[in-house]
Ligand binder design. Structure first.
Ligand SMILES: [Zn+2]
Length: 530
């Protein structure tokens, strides 16, 4: 039996003294030793990014990543290593090259990359460029009969916005202090119906546009990258669903090459382009997606209870999915490796999940939570069924599965690759003193802050939505939202090895302490939606 040391923590502003939360400093030392001096996190991260590369959901590379991560888990001695399917994700897709050249007058290569799930060109195509601006369904008919054999420039030139701050950011005392403030949300009574309307309109317009372009026989379409400075920031287009219109080859071009094309057309110049995109759907029919799971089984009377950690293994397709999210995957895998290496024998089972389909709307994690823990009933109407979970009308009380009451806590990493500076408590105030105690042995490596506020938009949300404790760490942003997020610059070079080592140590320690504490993690009340 290991010696337990007690750390008593005060809640700063409130002055409340929390109950003593046990912290096993002997175990923390062993975890830190393994994490800081015997790390394998960069080996894992490097293999995912530089050997496998981009991991678009259901692409052949994603399958390779599922298989490789399973292999690592087995080598490290984890139990119950397996993939778990989620139904009907759609088709896989991959691309191998994309070139756009300006012809006539001044021949020039232009930098653009394809949107995922759009078709390739089947060899080089050449055509005159026309500027097309479709903002609503009513605009569609005005373009009929005008687009055959053309290459389409979608939208207008965008004014260049000069940067006013450094493109890389680390927290300091002031910015961490700022995170301690909680903002009470404004009433959102009509918010959902507004969002549903916008979602449905956007989807309907995209389908109509895809159909028009294909029927017209337009050769390819080019839109502007959503960021400046030569960065190609691009997600999906077309459709991953078999049977839906996929439109025509579509690429996102760097702003500095898109804008001159737009200006030339506005000045009534003729522009001719050659486009060559080698892209293909890798399935004929819709396929399930796969999450990869593994465990360190608990022992004793709490063995059936579950502590989870995870990150999404899928990525977008133009970089190598480094900060988003090989970093999170490498950290979560490393945390499991560390726990095995230090001989941890947790009371509760510690389970790691490497999700897929995150980038298309948290699909893998949402499905997993519904199957294993709890779900709201499926809506009967097809229109409601077609909406993502967060936009549906309430369908009745939460339906809990057996493992709902056996679940303790889920920790996720998906805010880029930056160093951990603390954790968001997701409005679960009873978790605050627990996290403060667990963070204390990591103050010396920069992780000091427990913020009550929420953080959103990734795989802890499906847990949170059904009232299960799911958390994300506060991280240094680095250049996540200026250079790498969903861009072709999301590569190995933008990640700092020491940040990943620090994160892995903290995750391993949090998972261990969650698995060993007397009670499961306290829960906040489920917000039954109105
Ligand atoms: Zn992500």
């Amino acid at each position: 039996m290991l010696k337990r040391c007690l750390i008593v923590v005060c809640l700063g502003a409130s002055g409340l003294v929390a109950a003593a939360e046990p912290v096993d400093l002997d175990m923390v030392s062993r975890i830190r030793q393994e994490a800081f001096h015997n790390s394998q996190v960069m080996a894992t991260f490097s293999h995912l990014t530089e050997d496998i590369g981009a991991r678009l959901t259901n692409s052949p590379q994603m399958a390779e990543a599922n298989a490789w991560t399973r292999g690592r888990f087995k080598e490290w001695g984890l139990a119950n290593v397996h993939d778990e399917a989620f139904d009907d994700f759609g088709r896989g897709w991959e691309f191998s090259s994309a070139t756009v050249e300006m012809l006539d007058g001044r021949t020039q290569p232009l930098h653009a990359l394809p949107k995922a799930w759009t078709p390739g060109t089947d060899g080089p195509v050449e055509g005159e460029l026309v500027q097309v601006n479709i903002k609503k369904l009513a605009d569609i008919e005005t373009w009929r009969g005008k687009l055959g054999g053309k290459i389409l420039l979608l939208g207008e030139a965008r004014e260049y916005k000069r940067a006013t701050a450094s493109d890389s950011h680390r927290h300091d005392a002031t910015s961490l202090e700022g995170l301690q403030e909680f903002t009470i949300p404004k009433s959102s009574a009509n918010e959902r119906s507004k969002r549903v309307k916008e979602y449905e309109e956007r989807l309907e317009l995209a389908k109509a546009v895809n159909t028009l372009f294909a029927e017209e026989g337009a050769l390819a379409a080019i839109s502007i990258s959503s960021w400046d400075n030569g960065i190609i920031r691009v997600a999906g287009g077309g459709s991953r669903k078999a049977g839906e219109p996929v439109g025509i080859p579509e690429l996102a071009m760097i702003a500095e090459h898109f804008n001159p094309l737009a200006r030339a057309l506005e000045n009534k110049q003729t522009v001719k382009l050659r486009v060559n995109v080698a892209a293909r759907f890798t399935d004929e029919t819709n396929q399930p997606g796969y999450n990869t799971l593994a465990e360190i089984p608990g022992s004793g009377r709490k063995a059936a209870e579950i502590v989870m950690l995870g990150a999404h293994l899928d990525s977008w397709h133009t970089g190598t999915g480094a900060a988003d999210n090989a970093a999170g995957v490498a950290v979560m895998m490393e945390a499991m490796r560390i726990l095995k290496a230090v001989g941890a024998r947790p009371d509760r089972t510690i389970r790691v999940a490497l999700w897929s389909g995150e980038e298309q709307g948290l699909i893998g994690s949402q499905d997993y939570v519904s199957r294993h823990f709890a779900a709201y009933p499926e809506p009967a109407e097809p229109a409601q069924k077609a909406l993502p979970g967060s936009l549906r009308n309430p369908t009745g009380p939460l339906q809990k599965k057996r493992d709902y009451d056996r679940f303790s806590v889920y920790f996720n990493m998906d805010n880029g690759s930056g160093r951990f500076r603390g954790i968001y408590a997701q409005e679960n105030l009873a978790a605050v003193p627990i996290f403060e105690a667990w963070l204390a042995p990591f103050h010396d490596v920069g992780a000091t802050t427990v913020a009550t506020r929420n953080t959103g938009s990734t795989d802890h949300i499906p847990f949170d939505r059904v009232g299960l404790p799911g958390f994300q760490f506060i991280q240094d942003r680095l250049d996540y939202f200026t250079n790498v997020h969903h861009s072709h610059l999301d590569t190995w070079d933008h990640v700092e090895p020491e940040d990943l080592k620090q994160a892995a140590a903290i995750v391993a320690s949090f998972a261990y302490h969650a698995a060993m504490r007397e009670e499961r993690m306290p829960r906040k009340p489920v917000l039954e939606r109105d």
